[in-house]
Design a protein around this ligand. Sequence first.
Ligand code: ACO
Length: 326
Amino acid sequence: MRRAVITAVGAYLPEKRLTNADLEKLVETSDEWIVERTGIRERRILGRGKGSAYMAIKAAEEALRKRGLPAEEIDLVIVATVTPEHPFPATANIVANAIGAHRAWGFDLEAACSSFLYGLSIAADSIAAGRVERALVIGSDKMSSIIDYRDRATCVLFGDGAGAVLLEPTTEDVGVMDYLHQADGSGCAYLHMKAGGSVLPPSVRTVRERLHYVYQEGRQVFKHAVVQMAAVSEALMQKHGLTAEDIAFFVPHQANRRIIEAAAERLRFPMEKVMINIERYGNTTSATLPLCLYDYESQLKKGDNLILATFGGGFTWGALWLRWGY
Ligand code: ACO
């Protein structure tokens, strides 16, 4: 049976750090509140003049370098992002051109924080079907470009970063085994960006009224995130007769340490089996999952079962069973 397997992971994080102490100078908050309510201590900030493509290129180049694969071998590039380089063309096209993936087609995929997991699923299916040989799936978000640094309820949560995975075909019993995804558009009310799209294009008024930033009703999102991320992971595991003992690592979207802990508890995963790096990067939206794989890469062995899970704007959520391939 042909499947897609991850054969390399790359990452890019901007050097500039925005600590909780820095945020204390911008808004009415405290290091204590942020750590207790979110688990975040610092995040990275890309700064002006560079966008999501810059970080995606760096992450993709590292993945290719680690595998020793020339970019011409890539057939498909998917960039998962809510902060594309431009409204169009796709960031994926800019990235493919910059890295020299001249044979590749590609597109951006936007499903808020679930973008990367959805992109990984689509790319894996394309490879499993034999239509594509090698694909890059990159999660890259410059969240600082859509965050209101006067809104203490959102500005403490997000950071910038990118992670990339290289997918190749395999006939071994490893790779992307299965996934379950769901969406509920009624969640739009609780997590969205009000202006900048076709219904409310940018204008002096939208800028003046600060409508180009993430709007979030945190408590509502929190509740749904815990319940749905755990439920979809459990459904996927049950479908395949998997228990917590069979799983080497639970890899949850990094939105809030409390969401991660609550979901892990529902699934009966001990915390040593849960990938967490939110304290250093915050919520990097599309980049959280590949950044987790990158940070824990040295602890993974061939054949390890991983459950990746996500929840984000839309609402969108899902879980993917991955068997590590190297
Ligand atoms: N510092 C100090 N106080 C704060 C801060 C802050 N940075 N932010 C909010 N508060 C205050 C609020 O004003 C409120 O005060 P009040 O009680 O006087 O009204 C109090 O703290 C509690 O506010 P809550 O919103 O109830 O706090 P909560 O414990 O829910 O934490 C948070 C807020 C961190 C946003 C949490 O709800 C959360 O993580 N939500 C989910 C985020 C998420 O998963 N997003 C999805 C992915 S994002 C995407 O898809 C793009």
